[in-house]
Design a protein around this ligand. Structure first.
Ligand code: AMP
Length: 604
């Protein structure tokens, strides 16, 4: 039997499934649990622990325990996401390695790919033990907003773990696939509240085609925040009673975190729970204990605003999908934190319909991943997957203007091309500068890569036809190539963006671009006017030099003046001045043309 693993490689927990006897099956880990915490622990004895066992030793070995490595995948050390992560996770050390964010454990540095590979390897081994066969292939899921670097890093992690990653698929797509054995249809909202992140996606599913229409969310909102609210509640109560600040004791904080999470999970099924933390602190009078009951009502008031924070992104995603709330046919609950009754209630109220949670929210993505595997292997037929690109992609042109080749929210896989040319005579090479973003101006977009197409045969400017082709494959990975159509010379690049983008960053790019639209269009018009003037100046000056002798002396001054005025105008930032200079120059260059053609002017 040739198994393909379906892997949900999560920020907090991971899950692996296989397709067996015509249906997806979650593979339990060595401890019998269906989900494995995405936690790695390194011990003094050089052992590497994965999952629950790693999480359990985190209290005594905090610096050598890695949580939430997914947040570092494909990210630069100085990216906002990493900075925020450093503030929220006081455990392992994160270092810059060639600009990328790596973790340092016992003086050794590990890339996020290596750490993720340890989790993947563990999941792979569990599945191998379960099936009794070696397994080499996998489908891995990623958030829909993951950019190329993050997808590539995930794929690389799979390779390091000894897996051939057949596809990287979007988590919401996987969630939808896991419903009704791939037979869910209509407009589907996937509400995914996990341990560290919130994602909302709107999909359109018809005739076996899955299309992600939009995505939104909050990369720093999840179950951990719910836990933190309970922790704060405990700390405050303890402070009132004993005047001892538990936040100053890291070990106590870890115990609080575990107790808070346990209480939160219990409150999903019972109305009250006891939080019992014996010997949590001590002072001169002896050891101190914390024993209190937390009711669901109290918990609700502690976290209600967190749940509310998920609703504006829902509005946003629906709007971006071009839909009204009423048009959503199904709402799917994904992520362990969506089990909290208040979440279900608010989602129900917001969408005006009962959200579906009949597939276990912790397992739904892993099951969908293996469904995709079964589609690829032919076990499940008639389903095609389509996803979207989160930001527009394009190239820089003269004057720093951005030309979009692929619009944001385009369905992938996709391909687009455009013909460009040279800007000076006998230009030997062109630089292709690939960017991502929504701004008209390159300086406001993200630079992804640069490459050169060299050895272009000599030709007047504007003559060469250089086709730039963008291709995004089904994993969302971008290939850009440039081909000189005359010589057939070509150059291409597989893009690894220089910085990772969070969903929030993507949204703020879109918002900023929208806010600056008017100003940017003005600048664009200015650049275009300046480029036009520059081009006309060059040709007019050349004609003037070449045909100087044939030009009547009374016209020479007019030409000189127009050229001079044109040169001065080049420094201006006023479009009117540029246009005026252009018009004047055009008039004289036309006249010159007539003189050269007819030996005289045809009059004004
Ligand atoms: P995920 O990232 O989907 O694995 O979700 C993990 C988050 O779900 C963690 O913050 C868990 O504490 C939370 N979670 C798991 N089970 C429950 C539950 N029964 N009730 C509330 N939250 C839960």
């Amino acid at each position: 039997m040739n198994y393909i693993l379906g892997i949900d490689l999560g920020t907090t927990n991971s899950c692996v499934s296989i397709f067996e006897n015509q249906s997806p099956v979650i593979v339990p880990n060595k401890e019998g649990s269906r989900i494995t915490p995405s936690v790695i622990g390194f011990t003094e004895k050089k052992e590497i622990l994965v999952g629950h066992i790693a999480r359990r030793q985190a209290i005594t070995n905090p610096r050598n325990t890695v949580f939430g490595i997914k947040r570092l995948m494909g990210r630069k050390f100085d990216s906002p996401e990493v900075k925020t992560m450093l503030k929220t996770l006081p455990y392992h050390v994160v270092r810059a390695e060639n600009g990328d964010a790596w973790v340092e454990i016992m003086d050794k540095r590990y890339s996020p790919q290596e750490i993720s590979a340890l989790i993947l390897k563990d999941l792979k081994e569990n599945a191998e033990q379960y099936t009794g066969t070696e397994i080499k292939q996998a489908i891995i899921t990623v958030p829909a907003y993951f950019n190329d670097a993050q997808r590539q890093a995930t794929k690389d992690a799979g390779t390091i773990a000894g897996l051939e990653v057949l596809r990287i698929i979007n988590e919401p797509t996987a969630a939808a696939l896991s419903y009704d054995m791939g037979n869910l249809r209509g407009k589907v909202a996937v509400y995914d509240l996990g341990g560290g992140t919130f994602d909302i996606s709107v999909l359109n599913i018809e005739e076996g085609v899955y299309e992600v229409l939009s995505t939104s969310g909050d990369t720093f909102l999840g179950g951990d925040d719910f836990d933190r609210r309970i922790i704060e509640w405990i700390v405050q109560r303890f402070m009132d009673e004993t005047k001892i600040d538990l936040t100053e004791d890291k070990m106590a904080l870890q115990r609080l975190k575990e107790a808070a999470e346990k209480a939160k999970c219990e409150l999903s099924s019972v109305m009250e729970t006891e939080i019992n933390l014996p010997f949590i602190a001590a002072d001169s009078s002896g050891p101190k204990h914390f024993i209190h009951t937390l009711t669901r009502a109290e918990f609700t008031s502690l976290v209600s605003d967190l749940v509310d924070r998920t609703l504006p992104p829902c509005e946003e995603a629906i709007r971006m999908a071009g839909l009204e709330k009423e048009q959503i046919d199904h709402v799917l609950l994904v992520g362990g934190q969506s089990r909290t009754p208040l979440v279900v209630e608010k989602v129900r109220e917001f969408f005006g319909k009962e959200p579906r949670d009949d597939v276990n929210p912790d397992e739904v993505v892993g099951i969908g991943a293996v469904m995709q595997g079964s589609i690829l292997s032919g076990e499940v037929k008639d389903i095609v997957l389509l996803d979207i690109t989160p930001l527009s992609l394009g190239v820089e042109t003269k004057g720093g203007l951005f030309v979009k080749l692929i619009e944001r929210n385009s369905t992938i896989p996709t391909k687009a091309s455009q013909i460009f040319t040279t800007v000076v005579d006998n230009q030997k090479k062109v630089e292709v500068h690939v960017l991502q973003g929504e701004s008209e101006l390159c300086e406001n977009n993200f630079s992804l890569a640069r490459f050169e197409l060299i050895d272009i045969p000599p030709a007047p400017k504007g003559a060469p036809r250089i086709e730039v082709i963008f291709e995004i494959d089904s994993n969302g990975i971008v290939n850009v190539s440039a081909v000189d159509q005359d010589s057939g010379k070509s150059q291409s690049i597989r893009i690894r963006p220089t910085s990772g983008l969070t969903e929030k960053e993507i949204q703020s790019i879109i918002d900023r671009a929208a806010a600056r639209k008017e100003e940017e269009l003005r600048i664009r018009a200015l650049v275009v006017a300046r480029n036009n003037l520059e081009g006309l100046l060059a040709t007019t000056e050349r004609s003037f030099t070449e045909h100087g002798k044939k030009i009547p002396s009374d016209f020479t001054d007019a030409m000189r003046n127009a050229i001079e005025k044109g040169k001065e105008a080049m420094d201006s930032n006023e479009i009117e001045i540029l246009k005026e200079a252009y018009d004047e120059l055009q008039k004289v260059s036309r006249k010159l043309g007539e003189i050269l053609l007819y030996g005289t002017t045809m009059g004004d």
